[in-house]
Design a protein around this ligand. Structure first.
Ligand SMILES: [Zn+2]
Ligand SMILES: [Zn+2]
Length: 297
């Protein structure tokens, strides 16, 4: 590979073409710029990082600790055997080395079943069930923080723009962004890695010698997202900057649009007390359905 654009050393990354030291500087600065220009949080805020044990969330914890933010992790164990154990092991090593407090929450304790057990009934869609419970637990345990930070990167975000656009998900489309709006029911969610690619995060993880497990969720059915991902990767290769252009165009458009007023009135769930669109929230409804099916079997 060619030499670094900022010094005489050998480049270890091609986009941008930098040596290890200059890449590290670039990466940390990009996160800092995103946090500051979008006012994601301050050094006074208590920040909760949603950790999966995968590369994105561990890299995020690592950078935020280096930037001296007041950060804690929340790890949600959904109960998928032969999958979650490896990432939990990596997480344990990581947090011990850096002395970061991480709270662990499991589907089993919170809902009374593992995702594996619920999937054995063959009555539920894995990503809907898992996603609903994750969001529910994240909101539940994040109440005591000022902000939730997730490891979503430029690849995720540019894919989501195109997916929502192509599928006509206008409501979801209008809600995307580097930061969600705060309201009384939900803690604000922010994405400090919005302008860093998956590849750049991978390079950072390698440079920082963080051990991560790369196993994919065995229930993942990513076909649509995978198609969009492949398409964007091809465009990016032929026309560098495509992913950033997609996201920047979206954000420029988004900033000129009024937020939709048709939000359902937010109520309080009769069962758990969290915000809900109906009398009983989606998570409580789903948990009850899973229990009903499991009792019948
Ligand atoms: Zn250099
Ligand atoms: Zn509820």
């Amino acid at each position: 590979m060619a030499h670094c654009l900022s010094c005489e050393k050998k480049a270890i990354s091609s986009h941008p073409q930098l040596c290890a030291d200059h890449f590290d500087e670039f990466f940390v600065q990009k996160v800092k710029d995103t946090i500051e220009s979008y006012n994601l949080f301050s050094h006074q805020d208590r920040i909760c990082v949603a950790v999966s044990g995968g590369k994105d969330s561990l890299a995020l914890l690592d950078v935020l600790v280096r930037l001296k933010y007041n950060v804690e992790g929340l790890f949600i164990h959904e109960g998928i055997s032969n999958y979650r154990e490896a990432s939990e092991e990596d997480l344990d090593i990581f947090i011990k080395e850096r002395n970061i407090p991480v709270r662990k929450v499991t589907f089993l304790d919170e809902a009374g079943f593992t995702l594996d057990a619920a999937m054995e009934t063959k009555k539920f869609h894995s990503c809907t069930l898992c996603g609903t419970l994750r969001r529910y637990l994240l909101n539940k345990y994040a109440q005591e923080y000022d902000v939730i930070a997730t490891g979503h990167n430029l690849d995720d975000e540019s894919q989501t723009v195109l997916i929502n656009l192509a599928r006509g998900n206008t409501n979801l489309f209008l809600r995307q962004g580097v930061s969600t709006h705060a309201n009384e029911h939900f803690v604000r969610k922010v994405k400090p890695f919005s302008f860093l690619t998956e590849k750049q995060i991978l390079t950072y993880i390698v440079l920082r010698k963080v051990r991560v497990d790369f196993a994919e969720c065995p229930y993942a059915r990513l076909s649509y997202r995978a198609q969009v991902r492949d398409l964007l990767n091809k465009y990016e290769q032929d026309h560098p900057g495509t992913k950033e252009n997609v996201l920047q165009s979206y954000l420029a458009f988004h900033s000129t649009v009024e937020r939709p007023e048709d939000e359902p009135e937010i109520q309080t769930c009769e069962q758990c007390g969290q915000a809900a669109g109906e009398k009983v929230c989606k998570a409580c409804q789903l948990i009850k359905q899973v229990h009903n099916v499991m009792i019948q079997e």
